[in-house]
Design a protein around this ligand. Structure first.
Ligand code: PEP
Ligand code: MG
Length: 747
């Protein structure tokens, strides 16, 4: 790279900035930019193509092509050389454009006269905004320096677009970030919420892409990189030594932060006229573009790390920390790429809704969102780049839809939906202290599922008659270290205190499958859902189970205690687990701790095998609780985490109902108490059907208790039972249509 070239490039950016600063209309400004670039790069043609919609590019300004073609010439993504640059994000540099594969002749532009073609993508942080092209008559290849200069200019143009600098009629991306956008993701927690965007990690806005004083910019960059390195070293020395994943990420941070290549490329960008922030962002854009192309999960993670590191560096440079000084709106909807459960708990119930780009239905963040009953949408791709702090936003957790900056018609339809929900809530509140008694006089016990301290207030507000499932693993999942016995015991005691006379069914640690403890060595299993999980881990490595049983006995401190073992697949597993409990009681007795005044030990029925276990098993357990989420996935052989199949089979499928009824009958014969604690217990129609086939105790998330009670109180189970039997006798695949029809007439 020659000093001259750097000076040229800086000069071009300096002139570009002067144009941007002029008080000109959008189109005029674009025209001036193309003229300026053509002059500076000594080429005959310079054109800017911008996206008109998702897959159409439009010629928005040109120097050298036929001016009449501006806003007339359009091409599809992938069409012609320009379309190819936009589709692939890769530069095309050729001395013979017409002879290059994919060239498409656009007669209206008059471009047949030009042989050499250089097209570079205009993109910001991995998002394609358009294509910048220069062309010339003589058959020459553009030099590396020229390519580089054009890329830098494209980046500045992208930055300007971001700031809404091209607000001209016809300019395709005018006033982006002001337009309504609909995101279709996946619902993670039901409910509708309206509010204003609160970015978990606010985007850094680069307002000065062009350097005033390159020496000063270089200094700023180096100082900030030093600060970044010190920060990463500090994080490393504070990191828990047992947390391999965290250490791996931090090591990767350190490697990038010390990478000479990374720093050198940014320094070069600055010497060519970019500001320090713009130089960081240029590298970040390149990494994001690569992220989209890499399929290897490990490499993608590393590119994510580089992206995070760039964000940190930008925050240091601009002083826009996570605390930007902006006030959290009164009705915040949290937007994040992903978020850990502990961070989410920090926000707590202040949030009205949550939208994530990544995550999964079974992720820990989703579990916390559910516990807090905050509507959640996951897989809202690109929302962190589209949303700005304070934007108006609507979250529909039922449909998995998010409306960013919605227009009035959407807002009013949404308000109607929210009003209906609010009315329903009032109805539920009015029956909170009434029993779940059906029209035929059958009492159904409704309990709540819990697992976090954040759940406890719901014990009172929901009208639950106890905790039918306390998922103890959540306390393990939200920490980055193994909780201590005393810590657990204190926590379980608080849960029992909050429940008072009501029973809490503590389920022992259910890890494995989708629930992986961050601080335990992950086992690489070909099929984790069928793998080493729950009671299997507890029995093979009893240390943690023993500690947990002790903590539970100590928490009970002489009160009644109820525990249940998850994922029991055969009688011997229950017998062995129960023996661990007896040993724990004996140990505690010897140590002088008070023993529970009464103890109930049950099992979760989550594998079809247990439904067919010998009668002696049914007699051995104090109670059974059907874990419908797992049971259903094994019954239908359909992974509950796999979006492709998880909704494929209906819970009200006749085969599944027959199977459940068989369990009900076996429990009746052996006099075994039975409840149901999977998600279906909280779905009103499903809950009514479960009651109709004889399940008398249901445990669900707290927010479902109102709706389920409401439907039960208006249902005659004998009639519903007849509807189910008739549908079954007719050979219906699912009883749902018949049940819906019946309920529609009744409710
Ligand atoms: C179930 O499988 O239905 C259940 C309640 O357990 P989890 O969802 O925690 O696996
Ligand atoms: Mg389960």
């Amino acid at each position: 790279m020659t000093q001259d070239f750097e000076t040229d490039s800086r000069q071009m950016l300096g002139r570009l900035r002067a144009v941007m600063a002029e008080d000109a209309a959008g189109q005029q400004r674009l025209d001036k930019i193309t003229t300026l670039i053509a002059e500076e790069m000594r080429t005959e043609v310079c054109s800017i193509y911008l996206f008109r919609d998702e897959d159409t590019l439009e010629l928005c300004a040109t120097e050298g092509l036929n001016p009449g073609a501006v806003h007339e010439t359009r091409m599809k993504l992938g069409e012609g050389l320009v379309g190819r640059v936009a589709r692939t994000g890769k530069i095309i540099n050729t001395d013979d454009a017409p002879g290059t594969r994919g060239f498409r002749y656009m007669p209206e532009t008059g471009e047949e006269a030009y042989s050499a073609f250089l097209g570079v993508p205009i993109q910001r942080l991995g998002e394609m905004l358009g294509v910048l092209v220069v062309q010339s008559k003589d058959a020459r290849s553009y030099s590396d320096d020229e390519i580089y200069a054009l890329e830098v200019v494209a980046m500045v143009i992208a930055e300007m677009a971001e700031l809404g600098a091209f607000v001209g009629e016809g300019a395709a991306m005018s006033a982006r970030h002001q337009q309504p956008v609909l995101f279709r993701g996946t619902g993670g927690q039901e409910g509708a919420a309206q509010g204003h965007v609160w970015l978990h990690e606010p985007r850094v806005v680069v307002t000065n892409p062009i350097a005033d004083d390159p020496h000063r910019e270089l200094e700023r960059l180096r100082e900030s990189v030093d600060e970044l390195r010190i920060g990463v070293d500090r994080m490393l020395s504070n990191a828990a030594s047992g947390d391999k994943d965290q250490l791996q990420v931090l090591e990767a941070y350190r490697m990038f932060a010390n990478s000479k290549g990374w720093l050198r490329r940014m320094e070069e960008d600055i010497s060519r006229g970019l500001s320090a922030e713009a130089a960081v962002e240029k590298e970040q854009s390149t990494a994001r573009a690569r992220m989209g192309q890499v399929s290897d999960a490990y490499l993608r993670d590393r590119l994510h790390d580089l992206d995070d590191l760039s964000n940190r560096l930008l925050r240091i440079l601009t002083g826009q920390g996570t605390l930007t000084g902006a006030d959290m709106p009164a009705d915040p909807i949290l937007i994040a790429r992903n978020i850990g459960p502990a961070e989410l708990l920090d926000y707590g119930r202040a949030l009205k809704g949550i939208v994530l780009e990544e995550g999964s239905v079974g992720s820990h963040a989703a579990i916390v969102a559910r516990a807090l009953a905050i509507p959640l949408v996951i897989h809202a791709s690109r929302i962190t780049t589209e949303a700005l702090n304070g934007d108006h936003i609507l979250v529909d957790g039922d449909q998995g839809a998010v409306h960013l900056r919605p227009d009035d018609t959407v807002v009013s339809a949404f308000r109607d939906k929210m009003a209906m929900q609010a009315q329903a809530q009032e109805r539920y509140a009015s029956i909170r202290d009434k029993p779940a008694e059906t029209l035929c006089g059958q009492r159904i016990t409704l309990k709540m599922n819990a697992g976090l301290m954040a759940d406890l207030p719901s014990l009172k507000s929901s009208g639950a008659e106890g905790v039918g499932l306390f998922r103890t693993e959540l306390q393990f999942l939200i920490r980055n270290h193994m909780p201590k016995r005393a810590e657990l015991s204190e926590l379980y005691a608080r849960v029992m205190d909050a429940a008072g006379d009501m029973r809490v069914v503590f389920r022992t640690l259910d890890i494995g499958s989708d629930k992986v403890l961050p601080y335990m060595k992950a086992v690489d299993e070909p099929n984790p859902a069928l793998g080493w999980r729950a009671v299997r881990v507890g029995l093979d490595k009893p240390g943690v189970m023993r500690m947990q049983l002790q903590a539970l006995i100590r928490a009970a401190a002489g009160r009644s205690l109820t525990i249940m073992f998850p994922f029991v697949a055969q009688r011997e597993e229950f017998t062995a687990a129960r023996a661990e409990m007896d040993k724990a009681l004996e140990r505690e007795r010897i140590l002088g701790h008070p023993l529970p005044e009464s103890l109930e030990v049950g099992a979760m029925l989550e594998t079809p095998s247990l439904a067919f276990a010998p009668d002696s098993f049914y007699r051995e357990v104090d109670f059974l609780s059907i874990g419908g989420n797992d049971l259903k996935q094994f019954f239908f052989a359909a992974d509950r985490e796999n979006e492709l199949v998880r909704r494929r089979y209906d819970t009200l499928n006749v085969s599944f109902l027959n199977f459940l009824e068989n369990i009900v009958q076996r429990c009746a014969v052996t006099d075994t108490r039975l409840s149901f604690c999977g998600e279906d217990a909280g779905r009103p129609i499903e809950a009514a059907c479960l009651a109709a086939i004889g399940i008398r105790s249901l445990s669900m998330r707290p927010a479902s208790i109102g709706p389920v009670k409401s439907i039960l109180r208006r249902t005659d189970l004998t009639e519903l039972r007849t509807v189910i039997d008739d549908a079954s006798a007719r050979g219906d695949q699912s009883v749902r249509p018949a049940v819906m029809e019946y309920l529609r007439g009744k409710l």
